[in-house]
Design a protein around this ligand. Structure first.
Ligand code: EPZ
Length: 421
């Protein structure tokens, strides 16, 4: 297994280019199932999760040509609607093929996603919404078997909780449904917006894009034809590099960024003492000599993102005073705490809130990645810990960060990928 070896203490400088957003690319890849014609996706991030979902499409019979950041997909040749456990267990987001397969083919079997480190992450809201669109859903042998022989019907969906994946699945299902679907309490993340825009660009009438109320006029089973889609920049990768600048007290510039998508992270970094220069699609962070403590609560977009929680916890460890971080979206997203404490942090958990007492120094140690964003928090802490930090199980990191160690090395970090002997 690979691990990252980081020698702390370097300041960073220069520029880094942000890759396409994994969480935009995944639903967009799933949405290509709504078409029986070729479509090209560009600015894909070169990460494992993208390869996994493209492999799933190939296993269904799609014709897929993938070269790092570009994929040419033709789902005209799909000859199976069974998404097998072998793939779905590797990545929960595979559940995003459920809506498109069902609405295009009238039936499908999708393995229930495996458990996940950060929480139970059920899909009950996805299934309840599809049933209200006329699907019959049966869960048997670890698979969701869904059927809608006469196609899905437009319906009024009210999500009890805001769900990104649930919103995405239903938008895709509604695109080919018979009649109008409204979704109340829809997710508004930029990744949901780009998915809606892609489907609207293919001729589907969608109102309320970017709001919590979406109305979709289905095509009554007529497959779509998509234009080429360029994936939006990854707002979580961008936030992670801003944190790298802040924690190492370095001025660095991020290129290919959408400032509007990272307002919550910028706002919190400003409260910690950092300042920023914004240009068209780039941003320069100027650090504070000593970071102020921060209080944050994770909440749906445009609030502070749960996917930035671990990274800000790494910043808070060395801040002046005590910080409080409340995680409201996932029930188990503090697994990085014990690993950060191994580096000398002083973090206490009380239910869904972490109290972080600022310390002056971190000391390098062997730590273990537990999930995607926790991994990046450990790397951030390693950049400033005295001595050498070894981050193990970085297959978590490879799922969602495009060449993290290469990009950090170019910025001046002392970080190398090594193989266990
Ligand atoms: C998406 O996951 C992201 N993944 C996650 O990013 C992100 O953390 C999450 O949204 C929240 O922003 C992708 O986009 C591929 P949800 P998703 O459905 O869609 C509960 C990363 O690091 N819920 O919005 O699975 C759920 O348990 C990943 O890139 C139900 O109860 O998240 C959670 O508590 C991690 N029933 C909350 O809603 C359901 O049917 C939000 O989940 C669905 C969700």
């Amino acid at each position: 297994m690979d691990y990252l070896e980081i020698v702390g203490g370097n300041t960073l400088s220069g520029e880094v280019t942000i890759s396409g957003a994994k969480n935009a690319a995944l639903p967009i890849i799933a949405a290509t199932i709504l078409s029986d014609k070729p479509v090209t996706l560009t600015n894909l991030p070169n990460v494992v999760d993208i390869c996994t979902l493209l492999k799933l499409l190939s296993m269904l019979g799609a014709d897929v040509a993938h070269d790092k950041t570009v994929a040419a997909i033709n789902n005209g040749s799909i000859n199976s609607t069974k998404a097998v456990y072998e793939i779905v267990s590797k990545m929960r987001a595979s559940i995003l093929v459920l809506g498109p397969l069902l609405t295009r083919f009238g039936e499908c079997e999708v393995s229930l996603p495996g458990g996940c480190a950060i929480g139970q992450r059920p899909i009950d809201l996805h299934l309840k919404a599809l049933e209200s669109m006329g699907a019959t859903i049966e869960i048997k042998g670890g698979y969701v078997r869904a059927e809608a022989k006469d196609g899905l019907k437009g319906a009024k969906i009210v999500f009890d909780k805001i769900t990104v994946g649930g919103t995405e699945n239903i938008v895709m299902a509604a695109a080919l449904a018979h009649g109008t679907t409204t979704i109340l309490n829809a997710a508004k993340e930029p990744e949901v917006v780009q998915l809606c825009e892609m489907i609207a660009d293919a001729g589907v009438k969608i109102e309320g894009i970017g709001s919590s109320e979406l109305t979709i006029e289905g095509t009554c089973g007529k497959a779509l034809e998509f234009k080429t889609v360029e994936i939006i920049p990854d707002r979580i990768e961008a936030g992670t590099y801003l944190c790298a600048g802040a924690i190492t007290h370095s001025s660095i510039t991020l290129n290919k960024v959408n400032h509007g998508h990272i307002r919550a992270s910028i706002d919190k970094l400003e409260s910690m003492g950092c300042t920023f220069e914004l240009f068209d699609d780039s941003i320069t962070i100027h650090p504070s000599p000593k970071l102020n403590a921060v209080n944050l609560i994770t909440i749906e977009y445009p609030g502070f993102p749960t996917d930035m929680q671990a990274q800000f916890m790494a910043l808070a460890i060395l801040a002046k005073g005590e910080s409080l971080i409340e995680e409201r979206l996932f029930e188990n997203r503090f697994m990085h705490v014990s690993e950060l404490n191994r580096l000398g942090a002083d973090i206490w958990l009380k239910g869904s809130t972490a109290a972080i007492k600022g310390v002056d120094t971190l000391y390098g140690a062997e730590v273990m990645a537990t999930d995607l964003r926790a991994s990046s928090a450990l790397v951030l802490a390693g950049l400033v810990a005295q001595g050498t930090t070894k981050v193990g199980r970085i297959y978590h990191l490879d799922r969602g960060y495009d060449d993290l160690e290469g990009k950090l090395s170019k910025l001046g970090a002392n970080i190398t990928r090594k193989k266990e002997a």
